[in-house]
Design a protein around this ligand. Structure first.
Ligand SMILES: Nc1ncnc2c1ncn2[C@@H]1O[C@H](COP(=O)(O)OP(=O)(O)OP(=O)(O)O)[C@@H](O)[C@H]1O
Ligand SMILES: [Mg+2]
Length: 306
């Protein structure tokens, strides 16, 4: 299926079609394709975002970013976004979310299922690094919050919230009545995931959701996320600084350059078929991680020389 394995060193970037470990290089920009039967889930065309445009402190965070995420029937794609701090990863995510001041883009087009993004919507759910639950609500009320906003009757929303509390590995008896300050970091992220997934969004936007967790908890959360994602069949955009996390979770990995961020390289990654702890020690996994690490280091050197 794949082109033969090619040796990768920092000085020999691979070309589209070549493979390294469990990754295959894709063209950085979408190739001209015939119009798809169904619109893409997400489509960026030459998207540029300049903050404070027209003022002395104008700053271009991303420039001419183009990519498409296809509507894979019955299974959303898991897209991981890597790149140096400040390269515009959160900007990309918030443009998809339709959240100001990132939204609207300064130029270019952001389409979701063929329509321009105009505002946030229930079709998109976000999970951030800093825990986003309400301090004055219990776990049960936090998880049920979105349904409450939608006017779902109390009994029904609590029933569903209890199901999701169990789904994310929390205890419906002992944890449901706790407040966020009574939870560990890992438990709080479980609540954040349950709050988002209970609404069954078409697109899940995650901005370094596991960045504050210890390595073991982080791997447990990665395994949980893969299980839940297969169930909800959503497209996931997942920003991380961890290359291991991106290679484990991602069907696709985007590598962005330093600001103004541009999409420099895309890899397709074989799906995770074992727990994170096992996958992450496999030589083919390590090959892919090392290749990406070398590429990012090299890109940073090149950017420093500009
Ligand atoms: N509201 C804003 N006004 C002005 N500049 C902004 C604003 N939001 C972000 N920026 C700038 O845009 C650039 C990209 O920011 P962004 O938050 O998208 O980066 P990032 O890749 O998510 O970084 P990190 O990995 O550190 O989270 C940064 O230089 C940042 O200072
Ligand atoms: Mg960010």
């Amino acid at each position: 299926m794949n082109a033969p394995h090619a040796a990768a060193t920092a000085t020999t970037p691979l070309t589209p079609g070549e493979t390294v470990g469990m990754g295959r290089i894709l063209p950085a920009s979408p190739l001209a394709q015939p119009k798809p039967d169904r619109p893409h889930v997400v489509e960026f065309t030459d998207v540029t975002k300049t903050y404070n445009a027209g003022r002395a402190n104008a700053f271009t965070a991303i420039r001419d970013v183009s990519f498409t995420v296809e509507d894979v029937h019955g299974k959303g794609e898991f897209v991981c976004v890597l790149g140096p701090s400040g390269c515009g990863k959160s900007t990309v995510l918030r443009l998809i979310a339709g959240l100001p001041p990132q939204h609207p883009a300064t130029s270019g087009e952001v389409l979701l299922l063929g329509n321009s993004v105009t505002r946030p919507g229930a079709d998109r759910g976000m999970v951030f690094q800093d825990y986003t639950s309400f301090d004055n609500r219990t776990v049960l009320d936090n998880v049920a919050f979105g349904l409450e906003c939608q006017g779902v009757p109390r009994r029904e929303r609590y029933e569903l919230a209890r199901e999701w509390i169990a789904h994310v590995g929390l205890n419906t008896k002992t944890d449901a009545g706790k407040y966020p300050h009574e939870l560990s970091g890992g438990m709080r992220q479980r609540v954040a995931i349950a709050r988002t997934l209970i609404l069954r969004p078409r697109i899940i936007l995650m901005d370094e959701p596991f960045g504050a967790l210890d390595p073991q908890t982080r791997m447990n959360m990665q395994d949980l996320l893969i299980t839940l994602w297969r169930e909800v069949e959503a497209t996931v955009f997942f920003v991380t600084h961890s290359i291991e996390e991106a290679v484990f979770l991602g069907d696709r990995v985007y590598i962005f350059s330093a600001a103004p961020g541009t999409l420099l390289e895309q890899l397709r990654i074989e799906p995770a078929d074992r727990p994170a702890q096992l996958m992450q020690r496999e030589p083919r996994f390590v090959d892919t991680v090392c290749y990406i690490r070398d590429r990012i280091a090299q890109l940073e050197v090149e950017a420093g020389g500009r």
